[in-house]
Write a protein that binds this ligand. Structure first.
Ligand SMILES: Cc1ncc(COP(=O)(O)O)c(C=O)c1O
Length: 371
């Protein structure tokens, strides 16, 4: 059911990821697999029908997402809680600017780099909270409490976490929610990777423990279709909906009609494909573990609980920037310092590819660090 793209197909389909010739790309978060067939059919059909107009005010994305949340996580979220937006990052910007109190924004680090950018772009101060990239990756709740006590009233959560591949526990999120309530702070939870929780881990939707949280999500990551440009801001607070409704058009980051078409089908009709994908990713995760043991025995891999982005500690090899060294050996991975300034010896590897390419990635890294 998961159809691998050949090198030529991937180069044409994923031009950013595959832009450098002669390099095996394992950096940007896209999968070297074709999207699910129901998505293809719906998009082709929409284009044939000329459905390229502006998106409607009301759509069925919220209902499709509610169905997905109930089936996969046992979480009942009203369809009307969802508001469409252009992308997850533009949805986060909207949430921060329109729904969150003024003041500094707490960002757990390491983080997906646009998390830092979005806070800077809206002119707010970032309060970094350290997540141990080599430990359990849990939130330092005492540090969050100190940040709230010092005046921050917003926290930007990544649940599950990119780049650490970690799934926060129910207890951890409930404790964060208690702190948010104590300080009347709001948590904006990016859950774009939630459908990619792998066997062995359990996902908790943040809004299921905090009814004042703000969820921003999209099927674009799990279903490999960022080009369709559709995401959702989900809030259980009617006031938030009233405020979002007043946002002027140039500040809305308008979504795409095709994103609505693809999003509805992905949330509603692709469970079988998603199950096959998760199986495939679990197999890739197991393969990576074996390859590391064989070819990079001094590498330490964090338990990959979710996402297809594995976080590796290569400090055992004494190379400060293994990603730069790997480029010289025909492999592109993401450097750890992209996620935490100054962090040496770490890389993030995208494993959503063929077994053969994953092997070439590990071999290239091993040559680069002298493994
Ligand atoms: C945590 C996280 N949020 C957001 C995005 C990007 O979402 P969008 O393209 O919808 O802005 C990514 C992409 O990899 C991501 O990993």
């Amino acid at each position: 059911m998961i159809r691998d793209l050949s090198d030529d197909e991937a180069r044409a389909a994923l031009p950013l990821k595959w832009e450098a010739s002669g390099v095996v790309p394992a950096w940007v978060a896209e999968m070297d697999y074709l999207q699910a067939e129901p998505v293809t059919e719906a998009l082709v059909d929409a284009v044939r029908r000329g459905a390229l107009g502006y998106p409607p005010h009301g759509d069925d994305l919220g209902a499709a997402f509610s169905g997905f949340a109930a089936r996969h996580w046992g979480w009942e979220v009203p369809a009307a809680a969802s508001v469409a937006t252009g992308g997850v990052m533009s949805g986060i910007r909207l949430a921060l600017e329109v729904l969150c109190p003024p003041g500094p924004v707490v960002v757990p680090m390491p983080c997906y780099p646009p998390f830092r950018d979005v806070v800077t772009v809206i002119g707010r101060e970032i309060v970094p909270v350290h997540l141990d990239p080599d430990g359990d990756g849990r939130l330092d709740l005492a540090a969050v409490s100190r940040a709230f006590a010092a005046g921050a009233r917003t926290l930007l959560l990544c649940n599950p976490h990119n780049p650490l591949g970690q799934v926060p526990s129910h207890g951890e999120l409930a404790a964060l929610a208690a702190l948010a309530h104590e300080y009347d702070a709001r948590v904006v939870s990016d859950e774009i990777h939630a459908p990619l929780v792998l066997s062995g881990a359990t996902f908790t939707p943040y809004l299921s423990v905090d009814d004042r949280g703000i969820l921003v999500t999209s099927p674009s990551k799990a279903f490999n279709m960022p080009a369709t440009h559709g995401a959702q801001v989900v809030s259980l607070q009617p006031d938030d909906h009233a405020r979002l409704a007043t946002v002027p058009v140039p500040a809305q980051n308008t979504w795409s009609s095709l994103g609505v078409v693809a999003g509805i089908v992905a949330w509603r009709d692709c469970d079988e494909w998603l199950a096959a994908l998760r199986q495939r990713l679990s197999a890739q995760r197991a393969l990576l573990t074996d390859l590391l043991a064989d070819r990079l025995p001094k590498a330490r891999m964090r338990p990959l609980e979710a996402t297809y982005l594995a976080w590796l500690d290569l400090r055992g090899y004494g190379v400060a920037d293994p990603a730069a060294a790997a480029l010289d050996h025909g492999v592109r991975v993401a450097p750890g310092h992209d996620y935490l300034a100054g962090l040496e010896g770490h890389v993030r590897i995208n494993i959503a590819t063929s077994p053969d390419r994953l092997e070439r990635v590990v071999d290239g890294l091993a040559r680069a660090v002298g493994g």
